[in-house]
Design a protein around this ligand. Structure first.
Ligand code: ADP
Ligand code: MG
Length: 211
C-alpha cells in the first residue's frame, strides 16, 4: 500500500499486538536467561491493553491513534520497556500532526522521531545490547528504502528487516545496561529481548501495511 489511512494503521497495530502476545513465551524464555524474566509478560500486558483500546475507540487522525497507543503502553506496562515503547510511539508525533494518512516518508519521520526519543530517554548507546540495537538499523533501512520508494508497505518492511538484522547482531554483544548487565558473558549468544520485541512490532505492522 502507498498510504496508510486511519483504519489501515489501526489494523496494523492490532496485528502487531497479536504478534507480540504470540511471542510472549519466547520473550519470557530469553529474558529468564539474560534478564529478570518479566519482559514477555510486560509486553503481553501492554499490547493486550493496546488492542482493547483500539477496538473500543475511533480516532480522528493517525496522531490521535498513536498517541492513545503510546499512553496505553506507558500506563499498563510498567518497567523500563513500558516507558520506552510508549516513547517510541509518542516521541515522533509532531512529524505527523495534521495528516489523515501516512506514506513511507511520513512513517519514517514518525518512527525516526520516536527512535531518537527512546535514545534520549534511555541513554543506551549502540552496542549496549538493547532495543536501540534494533531501532537504529530499522531507521537506517527505512531511510535507505526511501531512495527507491515512498510507499508505506516497503518502508515498514525495511524497518522490520533492519530490526531483524539488529536482533541478530545483539547475540554477540555484552549487556551494558539494565538488569541483563549482571549476566555479562552468560548473555553472549542470546539476543536482546527488547530488540526482538521491536522486530515483532515492526513485522506485524509491515504484514498489514504490505497488503
Ligand atoms: P526491565 O529492564 O525494567 O526489567 P523489561 O524486562 O520489560 O524491563 O525490558 C527489558 C528490555 O528493555 C531490554 O531487553 C532492553 O532492550 C530494553 N531496555 C532496558 N533499558 C533500556 C534503556 N535504558 N535503553 C534502551 N532499552 C532498554
Ligand atoms: Mg525485565
Amino acid at each position: 500500500m502507498n498510504r496508510a489511512d486511519i483504519s489501515a494503521l489501526k489494523r496494523a497495530m492490532i496485528t502487531a499486538a497479536d504478534d507480540i502476545v504470540a511471542a510472549e513465551p519466547e520473550l519470557t524464555r530469553i529474558d529468564m536467561v539474560i534478564g529478570d524474566g518479566d519482559h514477555g509478560i510486560g509486553m503481553k500486558t501492554g499490547f493486550t491493553a493496546l488492542k482493547r483500546e483500539l477496538l473500543a475507540n475511533d480516532y480522528e487522525s493517525p496522531y490521535a491513534l498513536f498517541h492513545a497507543c503510546g499512553l496505553c503502553l506507558v500506563k499498563s506496562m510498567g518497567g523500563s520497556s513500558g516507558v520506552l515503547f510508549g516513547t517510541l510511539l509518542i516521541g515522533g508525533l509532531e512529524a505527523i500532526r495534521g495528516l489523515d494518512s501516512l506514506d513511507g516518508t511520513e512513517m519514517c519521520a514518525f518512527l525516526g522521531g520516536g527512535i531518537d526519543a527512546v535514545i534520549r530517554r534511555g541513554k543506551a548507546k549502540p552496542g549496549y545490547k538493547t532495543m536501540v540495537d534494533a531501532l537504529l538499523p530499522a531507521k537506517a533501512h527505512m531511510e535507505q528504502m526511501l531512495r527507491d520508494t515512498t510507499a508505506v508497505g516497503p518502508i515498514m518492511r525495511a524497518a522490520e528487516a533492519g530490526a531483524l538484522g539488529g536482533v541478530e547482531a545483539t547475540k554477540s554483544m555484552l549487556p551494558r545496561l539494565g538488569r541483563s548487565k549482571n549476566f555479562r558473558e552468560n548473555a553472549i549468544g542470546w539476543p536482546d529481548p527488547g530488540a526482538i520485541s521491536v522486530s515483532v512490532l515492526f513485522g506485524g505492522m509491515a504484514k498489514e501495511l504490505s497488503k
